[in-house]
Write a protein that binds this ligand. Structure first.
Ligand code: WT7
Length: 664
């Protein structure tokens, strides 16, 4: 990695919001406060954790006797369903709206809008928990799979499972049958919850059909519960599949299931995420540490209050939705928006109309969404009233300063706090933000900001030494934090290898970053073979595996290339099997094949047919050479040796590959 690269970012442009409840402190003052939080060690987190409602207090704040398998708040007993639902349903928030849900079908506005109060939510969660326990005999140690569209049943099932101490694994409803099967098998789930279908851009996503296909190759699923959403006919397998409304009709309205007193370090859920090689990793999150981080960040990053309407536009199938749709906002007793479908369908301003109609005050969205809105033009925003919004953040991928400025001006009216919170599936919650405590630091267009209180982030070089200011390096987290993973499900060795071995004792994130002289971090993108297409995390390896399943493909190399709206898209270089003729429609056929077998989030800019790929002596594809050609960048970016190949060989391979590409 070169650290001398020209980095062109607005390091010195400081902007102070005018409309805010956060007090603005200077970066220098914040860094002193931050340092003091670190000086306290893990004990810093006790005052945050104490604000949760524990059945039994913890005895040890951090058990670090078996690193890197750290355990937080050991001895404590807690329940995430109790924290999110019971506390509010039994208190003064019982008639407060928890969820405002709107479905996609539209004519002159949403056809369906449902509001669930905390008491409604409590009732539904209890009834579903009752069903899982009494009808399906599920309890601690079991796992359920959830493959649902964005409908209220999705959070309800997550909270019902958490109530019983049953771990759950949610599969994003845009994934294909193979992804469902792989995840169910790895998690050894016994029950799978799905729907007949879900709405997306005017079409029905046939979830149940996909499940039927997935279950041809699962080993542990014994039962399927089907939510009736779209109402179309689906195949129901006798003895295995049942409609939720039918089984639920037998559960009393006032069913109550005692929340399990689970251990702080028990698993809450498994969420699969892509890595450099192999199948997606099942990241396991605990209860006590995870909920503590969410409580802290709901307060610090979002300054959440009872009068707020909170809207995180992510899908619950990703970690953003787990943390900042389901567990975080509900734990705080907030009112929040949940929507089915897309932000820009049926009209480019569906999302602005949601903000306006529901008076959204805190908006959490993504750079790809913002760049999509930019493409449609500002008239779609200016015709609405967005004055309810008082704070915004984006997440999922780096935000370019232009997109930041555009959104800050149009929706932020150049006066409200607007940041880009950095975190990832593994961290459980936000770790870097310009609102890192009960105050904020001045904003800069495109920055992520300093680490939150109690979190030690840094930027290292290849030798594991901190790099100087404004120099590119690897983002690391130097100390354990609440919300960190327990492990990778069924593969603790991989957990150690992927995250804790590059710099022993330090958590390796896999992102490039720079830190400026004010202590702000600027995350530049992934440092490994992971793509962020529209903020969705996809391993190049997974796309290559999907491609080579096609009968025409012998070999494939996939790299990421910049895209003005999606941030990044894939570009594939494919060697066809002998005898395959290059038909003009083959490219589209392959792209479609991958969309069907992986999921529609796999977007290719181009698929090239080549006769040869640049390889090392042992036959490994030199991806960086491929990427240099795809992006037209200098191979000078590669001064470290690609395994077993000399710089000279890489240069030669690059030259040959360029010529190869010209020929085809
Ligand atoms: C990767 C993690 C965090 C929930 C959604 C993504 C990138 C995330 C930012 C940001 C720059 C960001 C990183 C990270 N990323 N947020 N604000 N600025 N990059 O979770 O799917 O696990 O992806 O997303 O590259 O490693 P994820």
């Amino acid at each position: 990695m070169t650290t001398q690269e020209e980095i062109n970012l607005p390091f010195n442009e400081m902007i102070e919001p005018k409309l805010l409840r956060h007090r603005v402190v200077s970066p220098q003052l914040y860094s002193e406060i931050h340092k003091r939080s670190l000086d306290q060690g893990p004990q810093f987190w006790e005052s945050v954790a104490r604000e949760l409602d524990w059945f039994k207090p913890w005895e040890k704040t951090l058990d670090d006797s078996n690193p890197p398998f750290y355990k937080w708040f050991v001895g404590g007993e807690v329940n995430a369903s109790y924290l999110t639902v019971d506390r509010h349903a039994n208190g003064w928030r019982r008639n407060k709206v928890a969820l405002i849900w709107e479905g996609e079908p539209w004519s002159d506005g949403p056809k369906e809008v449902k509001k669930l109060t905390y008491l409604d939510l409590y009732r539904e969660v209890n009834r579903v928990a009752y069903l899982l326990k009494e009808e399906y005999g599920l309890g601690r140690g079991d796992t359920v799979g959830i493959y649902l569209p964005m409908i209220p049943e999705l959070p309800i099932f997550m909270l019902a499972a958490a109530r019983l101490g049953v771990a759950f694994t949610v599969v994003f409803s845009g994934f294909s049958a193979q992804a469902v099967a792989d995840r169910m098998n790895d998690a050894e789930a016994k029950l799978l919850v799905t729907a007949d279908g879900g709405w997306r851009r005017g079409k029905v996503v046939p979830l149940k059909d996909i499940v039927d296909k997935a279950l041809e190759s699962t080993k542990t699923i014994r039962n399927v519960l089907v939510v009736r959403r779209t109402g179309q006919e689906v195949r129901m397998e006798k003895g295995r599949d049942r409609y939720l409304h039918e089984v639920l009709s037998k559960v009393p309205q006032n069913a109550y299931v005692e929340p399990e007193r689970v251990k702080s370090e028990d698993p809450l859920y498994i969420l699969y995420t892509s890595g450099t090689t192999g199948k997606p990793k099942g990241i396991v999150h605990d209860v006590g540490g995870y909920m503590t981080l969410l409580h802290a960040t709901m307060k610090w990053a979002f300054d959440i209050r009872d009068e707020d309407v909170f809207w995180c536009t992510a899908d619950i199938g990703w970690v953003t939705g787990h943390s900042y749709i389901v567990f975080g906002p509900l734990m705080e007793g907030a009112t929040e928006v949940l929507y089915e479908g897309a932000l820009d369908y049926p009209e480019p301003d569906r999302w602005v109309s949601i903000v306006e109609r529901h008076n959204v005050s805190v908006l959490y969205t993504s750079p790809t969404a913002i760049r999509t809105f930019m493409k449609y033009g500002e008239q779609w925003i200016t015709k609405h009233d967005v004055s309810s919004v008082r704070l915004m953040h984006s997440v999922g991928e780096p935000i370019n300063p232009e997109a930041w400025r555009w959104f800050f001006k149009l929706v932020g009216k150049e006066r409200i706090p607007f940041g880009s919170t950095w975190w990832m599936t593994e961290t459980g919650g936000i770790l870097i933000t310009v609102t890192p405590g009960s105050y904020m630091v001045p904003m800069k267009p495109g920055t992520n900001g300093p680490p939150i209180l109690g979190v030690a982030a840094n930027v290292y070089n290849d030798e594991g030494k901190p790099v100087p200011e404004e120099t590119k390096g690897y983002l690391v987290i130097e100390r354990p934090w609440p919300g960190m993973p327990l492990t990778i499900h069924r593969d603790p060795e991989r957990y150690v290898k992927v995250y804790w071995s590059k710099f022993p004792g330090t958590f390796y994130v896999g992102d490039y970053a720079v830190k400026d002289k004010d202590g702000y971090f600027w995350i530049l993108g992934r440092a490994d073979e992971v793509l962020k297409i529209a903020g969705h995390r996809i391993g190049t390896y997974e796309l290559e595996s999907a491609l080579i399943q096609h009968p025409a493909v012998a070999e494939a190399a996939v790299v990421g290339v910049p895209d003005p709206v999606r941030g990044e898209v894939a570009e594939a270089f494919v060697i066809l099997r002998g005898g395959t003729s290059v038909r003009p429609e083959l490219k589209e056929e392959l792209a479609k094949f991958v969309r069907e077998n992986y999921g529609p989030i796999a977007v290719f800019r181009e698929i090239h047919f080549v006769n040869k790929l640049p390889k090392t002596r042992s036959g490994k594809i030199m991806r960086r050479v491929v990427r240099a050609v795809a992006t037209g960048s200098e191979v000078g970016d590669i001064t470290t040796l690609e395994d077993e190949a000399s710089v000279e060989e890489i240069r030669k391979a690059l030259q040959e590959f360029k010529e190869e590409l010209k020929r085809t």
